[in-house]
Ligand binder design. Structure first.
Ligand code: HEC
Length: 187
């Protein structure tokens, strides 16, 4: 094939045209894109993560980080912090609002218990301290309707609702009969 343009036979209104061959690099690129497209489609299942795989990967990554975050959060919550928060009206009213929104179906509005235990009496099922109350709320009680609320709300909300829950103890509102061991009201 010669690179010399060939003058085509036809003429329209006196205008003639050359038959210019496409430059070699252009044709090569054109064929290369076709070869690439087939190779890409054929190989993509092996080379590129499917959305499902990408999702699983991201989830594993997230769970790993979440465990570390939870550990870090738990380390920052202490008996002292919960006691201080239980005396902080701002935290307590935030906790009360969360309790009203999330906990009332099982513990009732004033905490005297229904499906869940009476939180106002002087008995505790799990542990004895404020931190035990927090831990139960955060981690739930497996095999019972009590969820792991740490998975449902941000850590600060769990702390607030736990602080609020500790203020209920000792109100002794008649309701569900005592469960667990006898404890003192929190100061
Ligand atoms: C679906 C019902 C349900 C909901 C909603 C629920 N709980 Fe519970 N809760 C329970 C049950 C049942 C138990 C007792 C578990 C057991 O048998 O150990 C419990 C136990 C507890 C305990 C432990 C009491 C103790 O004596 O050790 C605390 C504290 C508590 N819940 C607080 C909360 C808070 C705060 C919320 C809202 C964020 C909440 N619960 C929401 C059902 C529920």
């Amino acid at each position: 094939m010669s690179d010399d343009p060939k003058l085509l036979e036809h003429s329209y209104d006196g205008i003639q045209e050359y038959d210019n061959p496409l430059p070699g690099w252009w044709s090569a690129a054109f064929w290369a894109t076709i070869v690439f497209a087939f190779a890409y489609v054929g190989l993509s299942p092996f080379l590129i993560a499917t959305p499902a795989e990408a999702y699983r990967g991201a989830l594993t990554d997230y769970s790993g980080k979440k465990d570390r975050r939870d550990l870090a959060d738990a380390k920052n919550v202490s008996e002292t912090i919960l006691e201080r928060d239980a005396h902080d009206p701002k935290v307590v009213s935030k906790g009360a609002a969360i309790f009203a929104a999330r906990c009332v179906p099982c513990h009732t509005a004033d905490g005297h218990g229904l499906i869940g235990p009476n939180l106002t009496d002087l008995y505790q099922l799990h542990g004895t301290t404020r931190l035990d109350i927090f831990t139960t709320i955060r981690g739930g009680v497996a095999g019972t309707p009590m969820l792991a609320w740490g998975e449902q709300m941000p850590p600060t909300d769990v702390v607030a609702v736990a602080a609020f829950a500790t203020t209920l103890r000792g109100k002794n509102i008649p309701g569900k009969s005592p469960q667990g061991q006898r404890v003192e009201a929190f100061k």
